[in-house]
Design a protein around this ligand. Structure first.
Ligand SMILES: [Zn+2]
Length: 165
């Protein structure tokens, strides 16, 4: 199990090395930072991981800068789960993965890179992708750029949101 969760840890350590005072999820609201965002809900949003473990690696994030599930409101809990469900549907439709990892890392010991802003990882998985990782170390070669991923997934999220699914 631990093997499966290790890869995105490294990505976040890298992405936050510029400074602990900045929060990449709060910054996602700034003008011009929308390219990675797939959909916005009332109290949460879905964003592509800038350093994906696999094509389609995304995160479901509450708008509020809250560190834990314990500090979320019932509305946030409901929407986070609904968005996570939409992520499962969208990734399955667009990528037909053989599996999905869906999970939350709370605290540095658990592998969280962004410590104070809760986020749910959703990662499509294929047989052998972990083996590939071990061969090439921490470098992964992805077949698709993030813009392409966003163009593939956005219409599916929009359809799901508008159909109230
Ligand atoms: Zn934040």
């Amino acid at each position: 199990m631990e093997r499966l969760w290790a890869p995105w840890r490294q990505a976040y350590v890298t992405s936050t090395s510029a400074g602990d005072s900045s929060c990449i999820f709060c910054h996602a609201f700034e003008p011009g930072r929308d390219e990675l965002i797939l959909v916005r809900g009332a109290v949460s949003f879905v964003i592509l991981n800038l350093y994906p473990y696999n094509n389609g690696h995304l995160m479901v994030v509450p708008n509020r800068h809250v560190p834990t599930l314990a500090s979320t409101t019932s509305l946030e809990q409901t929407e986070l789960m609904r968005m996570t469900r939409h992520a499962e549907i969208a990734l399955t439709e667009a990528y037909k993965p053989q599996g999905l990892n869906i999970g939350v890392n709370l605290g540095r010991s658990a592998g969280a890179g962004v410590l104070d802003h809760l986020h749910v990882h959703v990662v499509p998985r294929w047989n052998g992708d972990t083996n590939f990782m071990s061969v090439v170390g921490k470098v992964r070669v992805l077949a698709e750029d993030l813009g392409q991923t966003a163009r593939k997934l956005r219409p599916i999220f929009e359809r799901l949101a508008s159909s109230n699914a």
